[in-house]
Design a protein around this ligand. Structure first.
Ligand SMILES: Nc1ncnc2c1ncn2[C@@H]1O[C@H](COP(=O)(O)OP(=O)(O)OP(=O)(O)O)[C@@H](O)[C@H]1O
Ligand SMILES: [Mg+2]
Length: 461
């Protein structure tokens, strides 16, 4: 039969301890004993019990001090006070100090049993509250991820299958703004771990030693500031998911430690000697190509191999075909919710063209920003090129040194957008005079009219 949990019994009376031990063992609890404040503190730190039965009058001090230590280092632990003389001041102090309950001496076994059952329920209740809290964090499911292009469908499909499986680590690879964060949460909330915590840490935002103690936790005295033992994310996740964002930025020495955790399934707190088993799933994300980084010596190749067993590649927006327009529509609908004037109905045809050809180096995040901006500036009911950021239109520079030739930008430019922009400028410079605009561009009026129509202008002039 599996254990009901570990109970620490603190009492200086050997016979009381014996009686309690016997009863607890018969109810499948594991027991640990202590007979003083000092030994209780030590036993508490070593054994990490779920319940502590605590006498108040101890030879070297008060059980209330032990209670305080318990509640500061591990608030989840249930403390039940056991005392011979029910003293009001002590009772109040203990309850204020976070004691779960009180039982008088001599301990009646039935009473103890009921108290422990209540304690277990309290713990369960606390967990339940957490569960409700996480369940209410909606909006993190795969349904929220927009994408119908083949490459995106493939990524979503793989991520779904991985979520449902029991793989311990996953690597999400994709440029900035492609949705790595979104994927990580969707994987967590679609998995059996969804009731346990989802904890994220950004490896680029903290120095290595802080990341280490955040992840692994530390023992009291492990370093100067370690005044109390602290549980790290590996422990706090408690069956949940840990998201290691920007893992490419993690220092090599820490990468080695992480690899060890993944390989062995155990870790130690900083300054600790006890192996603790890892039961969290690790999702790592990087916007750099970790394979190349490993080959260049910036990332541990062995860690890369370990992580990339399950690798989900999230494609850049420019390679996602019609998804750009789908996402634009989505963000337009969202913008409409906040809009005061006319509702936006969509993109002007020339904008659709620019959108499908643009490089989107900031991916979905950039698209979202572009739409938000346009929704503020636009007076009409469509997003027009006039309210796109200048660098989306004019990636080509004006002609160079009088030769009359345009310089092709380093990363290229969609020809149609260049043409559209020149047509637009000619049209505007001539106040819409087709004949003069056509002359500026050295084409016929018919050709110009055709190009204008193609770019979404209704030129009947
Ligand atoms: N397929 C998608 N469907 C809907 N929204 C998306 C999609 N992809 C990304 N987003 C949105 O784009 C924004 C950026 O996504 P996210 O933060 O997940 O990117 P990231 O890959 O983590 O970027 P970074 O590398 O910069 O951290 C978020 O607002 C997210 O909701
Ligand atoms: Mg991110």
């Amino acid at each position: 039969m599996s254990s009901s949990g570990k109970v620490l019994i603190v009492d200086d009376d050997r016979f009381v301890r014996m009686a309690l031990c016997e009863a607890l063992k018969s109810w499948q609890y594991e027991t640990v004993e202590a007979d003083s404040v000092a030994s209780a503190m030590k036993a508490f730190a070593d054994a990490e019990p779920v319940i502590v039965l605590l006498d108040i009058d101890l030879p070297d001090g008060s059980g209330l001090d032990v209670l305080k230590e318990i509640k500061t280092t591990s608030p989840e632990t249930i403390a039940v006070m056991i005392t011979g003389n029910v003293d009001v001041a002590n009772t109040v102090a203990a309850l204020r100090g976070g004691a779960h309950d009180f039982i008088g001496k001599p301990v009646r076994i039935e009473e103890l049993r009921v108290t422990l059952r209540n304690a277990a329920e309290t713990r369960e209740l606390r967990r339940e509250v957490n569960r409700v809290r996480t369940a209410s964090k909606r909006g993190f499911s795969f349904e929220e991820i927009i994408g119908e292009s083949d490459s995106m469908k493939k990524a979503i499909d793989l991520a779904r299958r991985v979520a449902a499986s029991d793989v311990g680590s996953i690597l999400l690879n994709g440029e900035t703004g492609t949705g790595k964060d979104l994927f990580a949460r969707a994987i967590h909330y679609a998995s059996e771990r969804s009731n346990a915590p989802y904890l994220a840490i950004n490896c680029a935002a903290l120095p290595a030693n802080l990341i280490e103690s955040e992840l692994f936790g530390y023992e009291k005295g492990a370093f100067t500031d370690a005044k109390q033992k602290k549980e790290g994310l590996f422990e706090q996740a408690n069956g949940g998911t840990i998201f290691l964002d920007e893992i490419g930025e993690m220092e090599l020495a820490l990468q080695a430690k992480l690899l060890r955790v993944l390989e062995e399934g155990t870790f130690r707190r900083v300054g600790g000697l006890k192996d603790i088993s890892l039961n969290a799933r690790i999702i790592a994300a990087s916007n750099r190509n970790l394979k190349q980084e490993s080959e260049a010596g910036n990332f541990r190749l062995d860690l890369y191999f370990r992580l990339s067993v399950i690798q989900v590649d999230i494609p850049p927006l420019r390679d996602r075909g019609k998804d750009v327009l789908l996402l634009a529509k989505y963000y337009i609908d969202r913008a409409n919710l906040k809009r005061r004037g006319k509702l936006l109905i969509g993109l002007a045809p020339e904008v659709e063209k620019i959108f499908t050809n643009y490089k989107w180096s900031g991916n979905v995040r950039e698209l979202r920003n572009v739409i938000e901006r346009a929704s503020i500036l636009e007076d009409g009911d469509t997003v027009t090129a006039a309210h796109l950021p200048a660098d989306m239109l004019g990636t080509f520079s004006a002609h160079s040194s009088g030769s009359g030739m345009f310089t092709l930008p380093m990363d290229g430019v969609p020809l149609e957008s260049v043409e559209f922009e020149l047509v637009r400028q000619a049209f505007e410079r001539t106040n819409g005079n087709l004949t003069r605009a056509a002359k500026l561009l050295d084409i016929s009026r018919d050709q110009l009219r055709y190009k204008l129509r193609k770019a979404g202008y209704d030129a009947e002039a």
